[in-house]
Every structure is written in C-alpha cells, then in structure tokens.
Design a protein around this ligand. Structure first.
Ligand code: HEM
Length: 230
C-alpha cells in the first residue's frame, strides 16, 4: 500500500512566508527604482522618449509612475491575513490608498499610452492593460461594498497580479537586453518592448487565475464537497 506524504502545515506556512517576503522585496525595490526619474516631473530625466507634441505627457507619465509605484509597494501588505485580522483599520487605510493609487495610475497610464511613442503594438497592449487594471479594481470595490468578501479577494488577486506585471515587464526587458548584447541582429528593441508589454500581463493573468483557484476556489469546492450528500 502506498502512503501519500503531505508537507506539514507549518512547512507550507514557512514556504508561503518566504514567497511573500520575496514578492514584497521585489515589488518595493522595483517601485523605488522605477519612480526616481519621475519625481521631479522633468522630461529630460525620463527613461522613455516623451512625445514632443504633447506637453502634458511628462505630467501624466510622472503621476502614473508615482501612483503605480505606490500601488506596487502597498499591495503586498493587503495579502497578509495576520495584518488583516490584527489591524483591520490599517488594512482599510492601506486599501483606500491602494485603490486611489491604482485608479489614478490607470487613468494616467491610459493617457500616457494614447500619446506614447512606443508604436501601435505596445500602445494597444498598454491601453488594454490600463483598462483591465481599472476594471478589476472597480469589481473589487463593488464586491466589498456589497459584502462579498470572497469575490473581493478574487478581484484583488487579479488586480495586484496586473500591478505586478510592471515588474515582469522590466524582467523581460532585462532578458531582451542581454539577448541583444549576445546577438544584436536577432531582435530589435521595439520587438523586445512589444513582447515585454504583451507577455508580462498575459503571464500575470494566468498566474492570477492559478492563485484564485488554489487559494479561494479549491478550498470552497472542498467545503461544498463535504457538505454535499454522497
Ligand atoms: C499595471 C498597469 C500599468 C499600466 C497599464 C501602465 C502603463 C504605462 C504606460 C502606458 C507607460 C508609458 C510607456 C510607453 O509610452 O512606452 C508606462 C510607463 C511607466 N510605468 Fe507603468 N503601467 C502600469 C503599471 C505600473 C506600475 C505598477 C508601476 C510601478 C513601478 C509603473 C511605473 C511606470 C514607470 C516608472 C514608467 C516610465 C517608464 C520607465 O521609466 O520604465 N507602471 N506605464
């Protein structure tokens, strides 16, 4: 007879804690480094070309970078069950900060994408991402306002995964840059950028659905299974 060995709850909890620390450290690190060139609203410091025909581009881009960085850094704390239970007031304050940051960040992202000089493929991806970012936060707010906590958690997982696409995008750009050092003719920078934009949020949407199933739907399904008559 074969025995199924399951990792103990304690080991699972330790592993989850490690993943949380890793995610939080990467998110805060990227937020701090990404936002720095945009704190002075100076087009000369921007890491991407600013549209010369739209004087407001640097304003939209800077506001987007600041609010996006805030959302990226605050988000991980909203997923700590211990913090939610021990300090519900703090969870609500951080939640409002996160919602304000994502809503402003998404509107500014939309405007920035419209006047972006990155080409139609990247622009289309960025516009879609901005729309999904806003839509998922609206669904999360609507769910919590109507008392649907599980649904709120599902939409927050989706929303933060989209926020985290900003990290994955930069990782793909890094890999693309290394690839271009090894073989500059293999792929152009605009091609790397298009792949990074579409690849980052597609991957994060898949990861979001995996998290939703693992952390919310599967436990609920197990409870229903136990309650269902044989
Ligand atoms: C998830 C939804 C997001 C959308 C739809 C979005 C959209 C955009 C758009 C349209 C641009 C201009 C890109 C171009 O013209 O090529 C941009 C740039 C930028 N975004 Fe986001 N973004 C998102 C999340 C974030 C987050 C969470 C951060 C936090 C770090 C962030 C930080 C920046 C920065 C710093 C830039 C300037 C480019 C650079 O220096 O890398 N964005 N974003």
């Amino acid at each position: 007879m074969s025995t199924v060995l399951r990792p103990s709850r304690r080991r699972i909890r330790t592993r989850v804690a490690w993943y949380w620390w890793l995610m939080a450290a990467v998110a805060i690190g990227v937020a701090v480094f990404a936002v720095r060139p945009y704190l002075s609203f100076d087009a000369a410091l921007s890491l991407i070309p600013v549209n010369p025909g739209q004087p407001l581009h640097i304003v939209w881009l800077s506001l987007h970078a600041i609010t996006g960085a805030l959302a990226l850094a605050v988000g991980p704390f909203q997923f700590l069950p211990a913090l939610r239970r021990a300090r519900p007031g703090l969870h609500r304050v951080l939640g409002r900060l996160y919602v304000g940051a994502v809503s402003t960040g998404a509107v500014m992202a939309f405007l920035s994408a419209l006047v972006s000089t990155s080409g139609p493929v990247a622009q289309a991806g960025l516009l879609l991402l901005a729309a999904l970012w806003l839509y998922s936060i609206i669904r999360a707010i609507t769910a919590i306002r109507t008392g649907q906590i599980q649904l709120h958690r599902i939409w927050m997982i989706r929303n933060y995964c989209l926020t985290f696409a900003a990290v994955v995008l930069r990782a793909i750009l890094g890999v693309g840059a290394l690839y271009r050092v090894a073989d500059p003719d293999a792929i152009t920078f605009p091609q790397v950028y298009d792949i990074a934009v579409w690849g980052s949020f597609t991957l994060m949407l898949v990861i979001a659905e995996w998290f939703v199933v693992q952390t919310i739907l599967a436990p609920l399904a197990r409870v229903r299974q136990k309650q269902a008559p044989a």
